[in-house]
Design a protein around this ligand. Structure first.
Ligand SMILES: NC(=O)C1=CN([C@@H]2O[C@H](COP(=O)(O)OP(=O)(O)OC[C@H]3O[C@@H](n4cnc5c(N)ncnc54)[C@H](O)[C@@H]3O)[C@@H](O)[C@H]2O)[C@@H](O)CC1
Length: 514
């Protein structure tokens, strides 16, 4: 599991740890790890020149000490820093190691040359800053770390605008200008190829949309161990074996969980097949399917294991392919079946068409009962608009998905899984969960029906809402990765990949006995 901690908790852990260490030891560990990572990239990329952007805090000191260390091993290194506002120890080390140093003023002048007119994104080629950075193969961003607040200062934005497109950008700890605790993305902040962070992730690394600015996340262990609760959790493939329910010899099909699936309509009949297939492939004891004639016929044919009709279940999936507008008798009956599920005592996944049937009675009706809502951004915006009587747009949800998911969890009392390239899970309490494991090919019709089936299986087997949602999302994405092999995929293949994906994940790390 990857856990991200809020900056105040990281600072608290730092100060506790520093009391046990010699002065400078913690930064020395960070710098040593940073040098190791940058050296590896120099080798991999055949890089000739490394340029550090050095801010006024310890983050800048990390970057400057790192280029000093690299220069001592013969690497061609340079550093841009603010005149008079640089860590003295790091500056002395860089000077002694022969790092080429350029000091710039906060008021955007260097000597007589004013480069204050350079607009971020439209760097003036005659600017000495642009020229200084033009030869950089690797740029080490040490402008702001976890002490950064309120985006980049103007001088910092101008430095970033001068970074050549061809450079490989490594952010030290946090991409400068992006809020370390996550939040809106800053367009003139750093968009790194890689971020080297220390011991633990920060929320910006795991949460959309700032996650997009962090690039690949690399950890350097400096011994930090925050005692606070994490703000964000992300499951990894290594966690699956500990969480996924595995049957024992004492189990039968009923004890392994029975899932009720209310899915499909005349118009969206295939969704029923996908959700039921997914549940069966993900290892449910039994599926009971409820739906109109056409999807029922398809389910009978495609999934002979499914039992048609109501009966006792341990959890429900309601909504895939349910058409909220179907005016037929069968359509009305299917909507009533969804409404009945809303009142069921068992855990429930409400997806797609069922979300349109969620009104402000849901918090009361499902109080004390496990409920997982699985909207995408558009469905989340529609739900929030309806439930809060305030217009919320799709783009508002996409710009700050964490706040939107939190708000929806608050007003419904449910666990909200907000779909996206990074999927967010917010429970009624506890940390935010974030999963970003699937290939972009997974953005395909029917993928959500398969996801709902997997989460339903986990709820039927007794997992709580947030864990079922996050684990379901991870396994669904890994199955998609396995099915895709780097190319296009259809939702049915994601469902069909589930048995071998789950087997691989369960056997991961298990020693082979020959
Ligand atoms: N405390 C420690 O012992 C360690 C800290 N480490 C590094 O130290 C970093 C944190 O250092 P700091 O606490 O000095 O914080 P930063 O280096 O992130 O910068 C804080 C400085 O920038 C200023 N600042 C913040 N936002 C600004 C803005 N928008 N415009 C202009 N100035 C702004 C602050 O007033 C402060 O002077 C970590 O991210 C990490 O890189 C590592 O060396 C590990 C050990």
């Amino acid at each position: 599991m990857i856990e991200a901690f809020a900056t105040q908790d990281v600072y608290a852990a730092e100060s506790t740890l520093m009391q046990t260490l010699a002065e400078g030891e913690l930064m020395a560990r960070a710098v040593e790890g940073l040098i190791e990572v940058v050296s590896a990239r120099i080798e991999q990329l055949g890089a000739q020149r490394v340029v550090a952007l050095v801010g006024t805090g310890n983050n800048g000191a990390d970057a400057l000490y790192a280029v000093a260390g690299l220069a001592l091993t013969g690497v061609n290194c340079a550093a841009l820093h603010l005149s008079g506002k640089v860590h003295p120890g790091a500056y002395a080390a860089a000077e002694a190691a022969g790092v080429v140093l350029l000091a710039a003023d906060e008021n955007l002048t260097i000597g007589d040359f004013s480069w204050g007119e350079v607009e971020p994104g439209r760097a003036d080629k005659t600017s000495p800053i642009v020229q200084f950075l033009s030869e950089a193969d690797i740029v080490l961003d040490g402008i702001l770390g976890i002490g950064g607040r309120g985006g980049l200062p103007r001088w910092g934005a101008t430095w970033v605008a001068a970074v050549p497109d061809t450079a490989y950008v490594i952010a030290v700890d946090v991409p400068s200008g992006q809020d370390p605790n996550g939040g809106a993305l800053s367009a003139d902040g750093v968009f790194a190829d890689e971020t080297v962070t220390f011991s633990v992730a920060k929320p910006a690394h795991l949460l959309p949309p700032t996650e997009a600015a962090a690039g690949t996340l690399t950890f350097v262990d400096i011994g930090l161990l925050p005692s606070a609760e994490p703000s964000v959790r992300r499951l990894t493939r290594d966690d699956v074996a500990d969480l996924w329910p595995v049957p024992t010899a004492a189990d039968d099909k009923y004890s392994r969980g029975v899932l009720g699936v209310v899915a499909g309509s005349e118009r969206y009949a295939g969704a029923a097949v996908l959700a039921v297939t997914s549940a069966v492939e993900a290892g449910i004891g039994m599926v009971r399917y409820i739906g109109p004639a056409t999807p029922t016929g398809l389910v009978r044919q495609a999934v002979p294991e499914a039992v048609i009709g109501a009966g006792q279940v341990q959890a429900w999936v309601a909504g895939p392919g349910v058409d909220p507008d179907e005016g037929t008798e069968a359509g009305r009956a299917q909507r009533q079946a969804v409404v009945d599920v809303l009142d069921a005592p068992e855990p429930v996944v409400l997806d797609a068409g069922a979300l349109d049937l969620v009104d402000d009675s849901v918090a009361l009706r499902r109080a004390g009962r496990t409920t997982v809502l699985t909207p995408h951004a558009g469905e989340c915006a529609r739900l929030l608009t309806r439930l809060t009587s305030q217009e919320v747009t799709n783009s508002e949800v996409s710009a700050d998905p964490v706040s939107a998911a939190r708000r929806l969890a608050e007003v419904t009392g449910a666990t909200v899984l907000l779909k996206g390239s990074t999927t967010i899970v917010v429970g009624p309490e506890g940390p935010v969960r974030s999963q970003a494991d699937g290939p972009a090919w997974l953005a395909t019709a029917g993928a959500g029906d398969v996801l709902a089936g997997v989460i339903g299986v986990l709820l039927a087997q007794g997992l709580d809402g947030p864990v079922a949602a996050a684990l379901g999302s991870l396994v669904h994405s890994v199955a998609a990765d396995d099915a895709s092999g780097g190319g296009p995929l259809r939702a049915r293949r994601v469902a069909q990949a589930l048995p071998s994906t789950i087997a691989d994940l369960l056997n991961r790390g298990r020693p082979t006995v020959v």
